[in-house]
Design a protein around this ligand. Structure first.
Ligand code: SF4
Length: 335
């Protein structure tokens, strides 16, 4: 049984101080992943700092023409926000492709970024796992690895990030706002927020121990006219992506002016390649161009025993997402 104490913060500096006071403290908001981790004996915080009363539930316009989303905005509130639905429908669709309605009603934006992998071994405290206990090994390397990474993995960990929302945030070039001790604040480009596993798979993100996510900022461009989120999973709902793709296009007729494409379910973080996207600019949007783009985005993909299918699946998901994004009246991604 995990014994922990509970405290509640009403201001960001207070929450950070309460968290800093104990090396194993954890922030809790919606708790939709943390409570699982406690139940499964994966994590053992001595203190839970409840941040639900912090003033971080606003969605507001920015001077730069974008949107700033408080870290405690729930997934449901964000997906059904009028401005998000109208200007950032890619984000709304990715959120609604994830979890269940009940979970989305309490899960928060900040928590979504910090959720842990769903690797089976990670949740089985009876097996070794480098992410749970550094230096103990990775049984997924030679074990059941159908859901695991094909890109950016290491011999220490081949887990994938489970979020749908983060795939859309990566494609939208979001920025993460964080607060630290001493009233310090900083921003991280979304691409730099999550980490690849390397030799430190137990560290999922570049958030420092004394920092708290306070908001996510979206730029002005939301790709409302041409976007798609395509998610392939083992069942129609309440399942994590085997492969997903978030695509936003700016088109001039059938010529690509700008293209963003992030993949989910394939790596330790949403997978994007600005170099591959740059090659698309000025090209006609046609199947062969998208096929070449997919090959470039997936270069270096490495199959494990059970997940070779993900490489071809990813290429097909990319093709489908571009096809749907090109259709202005796109309503529903394949699933
Ligand atoms: Fe642990 Fe990562 Fe290996 Fe899964 S893939 S068992 S999370 S080290």
């Amino acid at each position: 049984m995990n014994r922990f104490s509970y405290t509640r913060a009403t201001a960001v500096p207070q929450a950070i101080d309460q968290h800093r006071a104990n090396a194993t403290a954890a922030f809790i908001a919606g708790g939709t992943n943390l409570v699982d981790l406690l139940r499964e004996d994966v994590t053992h915080p001595a203190v839970l700092v409840d941040i639900n009363r912090l003033p971080l539930r606003r969605i507001e316009a920015t001077d730069a023409g974008g949107l700033k989303i408080g870290a405690l905005v729930t997934n449901s509130a964000l997906a059904y926000d009028d401005t998000v639905a109208a200007r950032y429908p890619l984000l709304a669709k990715a959120i609604l492709a994830g979890a269940s309605a009940q979970i989305r009603n309490v899960a928060t934006v900040g928590g979504n970024l910090l959720q842990r992998t769903r690797c089976h071994y990670f949740y089985d405290a009876g097996t070794p796992c480098n992410k749970r206990e550094p230096g103990t090994g990775c049984p997924a390397l030679a074990g059941v690895n159908r859901i695991h990474a094909i890109l950016g993995a290491s011999e220490q960990c081949i887990a994938v990030h489970p979020s749908d929302m983060c795939v859309a945030l990566a494609a939208l070039d979001a920025t993460v706002h964080v607060a630290g001790s001493g009233n310090g604040t900083r921003t991280l480009p979304f691409a730099d927020f999550h980490r690849l596993p390397g030799d430190t798979p137990h560290i999922d993100s570049n958030l420092r121990d004394d920092e708290l996510i306070t908001a996510i900022e979206l730029p002005e461009e939301g790709f409302a006219a041409h976007h798609a989120y395509v998610k392939v999973r083992d069942r129609a709902s309440y399942a994590f992506a085997l492969v997903s793709a978030a695509v936003g296009l700016e088109l001039d007729g059938d010529t690509i002016v700008n293209a963003h494409c992030a993949l989910g379910g394939v790596a330790h973080k949403p997978w994007r390649d600005p170099e591959a996207e740059a090659v698309l600019r000025g090209k006609r949007l046609e199947a062969a161009v998208v096929r070449d783009f997919a090959a470039m985005l997936l270069r270096g993909a490495q199959a494990r025993r059970d997940n070779a299918f993900k490489i071809e699946l990813a290429a097909r998901v990319i093709a489908r997402a571009f096809e749907l994004a090109a259709q202005r009246s796109f309503e529903e991604a394949a699933s």
